[in-house]
Write a protein that binds this ligand. Structure first.
Ligand code: DUC
Ligand code: ZN
Ligand code: ZN
Length: 468
């Protein structure tokens, strides 16, 4: 089947130009002017931008966490992503404690099987680095997994010590793999949490007190130093604050191969939201926690000037009112104890429109930089480029027909994520997907779902982390 998208304006990380795009099968095969429509299905994109499908490299679908499980699975999460213009994501396959890395990968394949409707890859989160697991690391490359995440927080659950982190870095460097860290000082957090609870400080707002910005900055600096010593490239996930960004700037100024991402919510949700009346603050509990508006300004600047390379979501969804109406438990699990609130926020559907509206319309960066931080850099850093992350001859035809004039009010009433609240509730944005194509197939047209469960493909990623 061939499809010709006519009269659109192609936006890549490097260029903006009016062109017609021919798709044969799953690939873009020709980009040119005034291409003849005969013999092709023609889609008229007059007035629309053609953006590469969004790539969200930090998500948690169907993740067991905090006594429950994330409420978006590989079907609901994928459908929501596509409605928001995201066509690829990379999820974290978690090594079961006592188990192997491949078991984690196998479990995540099972979660995606028959449900996936956009393309996806996996990072592996190492939780238990026994000597035999160390030897297993390079074998992941054959599984198409080329990035490893370690948690410096969640003591007693996912947290690894510095020895483990450093050993993993050495191994990654040897094998051309990329280390990612959740950088917070978990030992400090583990001291602060019981202290606060003993003082009767149990409300959601104390989650931020227990996770200080200095503890994120400290862990970020430590991870960068360890990576520098190991000669390993490093990608710091979900960076939230000045203290952490300063460490990244310092590392990059020293010529270390360190990269970082932030997540959309850290530019819009703040500590004051954790203190909303009643228990509402629980909606916004994630780790690292939301910070101050001054931190958001630093993140915007870091995204614009390439201190940060990407924006993702850390999409980890729970019901606000779980355990009722046939729902699995959710945020209510932390009533009376902020440390028991399942960590995470929805966002996979909102990232592209929210970042477009506030980033591009807001004058913080241009449309090319938007493409770079939402698709191109994620594809390069995680071994998917140029198959994904751009619109070019030979690339997968993952294309979002973006209507820069379409206005939309974000709401849980109309979103597709499997939860009862939206972090951006009531936010008015201008710029919305008119159509989303995955490998040449229209999976969303306007408000209609055309995707297919099982239509998403697992992406075997290349072993080389491109370092910017
Ligand atoms: N942070 C979250 O908020 N949720 C899932 C895991 C994480 O690190
Ligand atoms: Zn994390
Ligand atoms: Zn995460």
């Amino acid at each position: 089947m061939t499809t010709l998208i006519k009269n659109g304006t192609v936006v890549t990380a490097g260029d903006t130009f009016k062109a017609d795009v021919l798709i044969e099968g799953e690939k873009v095969t020709l980009i040119g002017q005034n291409l003849a429509g005969e013999g092709h299905e023609v889609i008229d994109a007059e007035g629309l931008l053609l953006l590469p499908g969004g790539i969200d490299v930090h998500t948690h679908l169907d993740l067991p966490f905090g006594g429950t499980t994330c409420s978006d699975d590989f079907f609901t999460g994928h459908r929501a992503a596509a409605f928001g213009g995201t066509t690829t994501h990379i999820d974290f396959a978690i090594q079961p404690i006592g188990g192997t890395l491949r078991q984690g990968v196998g479990e995540w394949h099972h979660k995606a099987e028959g449900k996936a409707c956009i393309d996806y890859g996996f990072h592996v989160a190492i939780t238990d680095l026994r000597p035999e697991v160390m030897d297993e690391i390079p074998t992941l490359i054959d599984e198409g997994v080329t990035s490893l995440k370690l948690f410096m927080a969640y003591k007693g659950l996912f947290q690894v010590d510095d020895t483990t982190l450093f050993r993993a870095m050495l191994k990654a460097a040897e094998n051309g793999m990329l280390i990612m860290v959740h950088a917070e000082n978990g030992d400090v957090i583990a001291e602060l949490v019981p202290k606060l609870l003993a003082e009767g400080k149990t409300d959601p707002k104390y989650h931020a007190v227990a996770h200080p910005a200095l503890a994120e900055g400290e862990a970020t600096g430590r991870a960068i130093a360890l990576a520098g010593i190991a000669g390993a490239p490093l990608y710091v996930v979900h960076m939230t604050c000045q203290e952490a960004i300063e460490q990244l700037q310092l590392g990059r100024a020293k010529g270390l191969r360190v990269m970082g991402e932030t997540c959309t919510q850290y530019m819009f949700v703040f500590e004051e939201d954790l203190a909303r009346p009643g228990y509402e603050g629980a909606k916004f509990v994630c780790s690292p926690p939301v910070r101050q508006p001054k931190d958001a300004e630093i993140l915007w600047k870091a995204l614009a000037d390439n201190t940060l390379q990407a924006v993702s979501t850390d999409h980890a969804v729970f019901w606000y009112e779980g355990g009722v109406k046939g729902r699995i438990p959710g945020k209510e699990l932390g009533l009376g104890n902020f440390a028991k609130i399942p960590n995470g926020m929805p966002g996979i559907e909102d990232r592209m429109p929210v970042m477009w509206h506030h980033g591009v319309n807001g004058g913080r960066f241009n449309a090319n930089r938007f493409v770079e931080i939402t698709a191109t850099n994620p594809a390069k850093i995680f071994g998917l480029y140029p198959r994904k992350g751009t619109i070019a001859v030979g690339s997968d035809a993952d294309i979002v027909l973006w209507d820069p004039n379409k206005e939309h009010t974000i709401s849980a009433e109309t979103h597709h994520m499997n939860t009862d609240y939206n972090v951006y509730e009531g936010m008015q944005v201008k710029g919305w997907p008119a159509r989303t194509l995955l490998r040449g197939q229209s999976i969303v047209v306007g408000t209609e779902w055309h995707g297919q469960q099982g239509g998403g493909a697992f992406l075997r990623r290349s072993p080389h982390a491109e370092v910017l």
